[in-house]
Every structure is written in C-alpha cells, then in structure tokens.
Design a protein around this ligand. Sequence first.
Ligand code: PGA
Length: 309
Amino acid sequence: MNITLRQLKVFERVARRLSFTRAAEELYLTQPAVSMQIKQFEDVVGLPLFERLGKKIYLTRAGEELYRLSRTISLQLEEAEQLVEELKGTEGGRLAVSVASTVHYFAIRLLADFCQRYPKVKVSFKVTNRKGLLQQLDDNETDIVLMGQPPEDQDLAAQAFMDNPLVIIAPANHPLAGKKGISLNEVSHETFLMREQGSGTRNSVERFLSEKGVQISASMEMNTNGAIKQGVEEGLGLGIVSIHTVERELKDRRVVVLDAESFPIMRQWYIVHRAGKRLSAVAREFEEFVRNEADRFVKSDIIKTALGG
Ligand code: PGA
C-alpha cells in the first residue's frame, strides 16, 4: 500500500475526533483539504473508512482497524521525534510549552529569559484555558504545561511551583474599595464578571462559593482575563482573578484588590507533563528553570502591597 504519512496523520485525527471540521481546525487545514486526503487514503486502501449516518460520521470496520494501527505508528513517530530532540540537546532543540490564559502574564517574561539563555531553541507557545490544556496533554500535543492543579485521574506528572492567590478586584472608586474585612454577604450582592466554563479560575471560584454556601446574585460571563479587567475598570462589575493577571492595573491604580473575608482563595501553579513522556533535554531544562526561578518573574512588591502584606 502506498500510504503517505500525511494521509495517515489526517486519517488519525478525523478518526479520533469523528469530525472533519474539528480535524481540519486542529491540523490548520481547510475542510476540503482534509476530505481530499481521506478520499486519497480510501482509494489507496480500496475500502471505505468512514460512513455517514445523518450528521454523524462513524468508522467502518476497516476504519477501526486502521485507526488502531495508525495510533501505534504515530506514537512511534513521536518517539522518534523525541529521540532526535534528545540528541540535539539544548543546542537547537524544540520546545512546546502551553500555558493557562491566566499564567501567560508572567510566563512570557519567563520564556524571554529562557530564550536568552538558549537562543537556538525553537519554541512553540500556546495559550488556552484549563480545558484546552488538558485536551492538549491528552493528545500529546505539548511538552510542558503551566496551569492550576490538574485532575488526578489523568495520567500526568505535576509539581507545584508557585502560589496563585485569587482576589476580588474592583475599580478604585468603588464604594467597597479601601474598606477592611468586607463580609462575603456584602460582596454577594455585587455583579460579578466571571470567566467561562472550562476555566480553572472559574472552577475554583465555584468550588469556593459552594463550600462557603454563598450565592452570587448577578454575574456576567467573559472568556478572557483581559475582558474581565477592562469590564471591572469600566464599572461593569467586580472580578475574581489571579493576582498575577493584574500586576500592571494594580500598579497604575486602575483596579484595586478588595479586603474580603476568606480571600485570597489560595491556589497553586503547577508544571505538568504526561506521565511517562520522555522529555527532551530542552524540556527538562525548562522544567528546572520554572521550578527554580519562576517567582523572579512576578512583581512580588505589587502583590504584597495589594494583599496587605
Ligand atoms: P484559567 O487558569 O483556565 O482560568 O485561565 C488555569 C487554571 O487555573 O488551571
């Protein structure tokens, strides 16, 4: 059979997602390009690999068998790639880092320093929310992830490297700004700008509120920290965000941290990779760098003042 690696890769992704659209998005291809690759693959194999029932596609028996084999082949190709990266050492290796949207505020500073030390390393840097990161780890699409505590039921190696305090932010002219010991009951009557479902920050806030038995009366959903910060500045409501996302705004007094009961919600940042993944020399070096030096890249004086320390 004269199958190309490209056909195999496209087939594997369509089979994994059971969707031409999602496969196209993830492989940065157009949908007709994906359909064409699958058609050519089916021509070479001489059997249909997918069948369509209504709006859904399913693997045929031949499709299922080939999917199983294509998974094995891609894992071996990934292993070969990792071996080559390993042999390159820190000279010219490749590093794929993915970080939570909330982490990227300090992660870019951290990366800039790392790249100065290892200028020949080629870096791919992706930013997404918690749900997206867990998907990337599951798909083995990244070497290292910086995020909140990962779930225990996914086969991951995770190590905490820094505190991540979640705070309530308000515009500087808000009536509660500067007030000491605000009760949760008082803040619960405010409007809150909340992150989207799938965000680690959102998960933690929801867990915290249910533990405390507090219900927020009004909330508005926004899917980036940037939008929440701007919304708070414009007086749309209060926000609960990682303090690491608002260093600049705190410094310029565009927002302030409220002194509310039981706040900050104390979380931690974790450095994560798939358990059993053979990390390249560069990835191992980066892990070490994050563990030892990450706190140099957050503005601890601003954070200390905002937390009243
Ligand atoms: P985010 O943060 O998904 O809210 O951006 C990641 C996390 O807290 O795990």
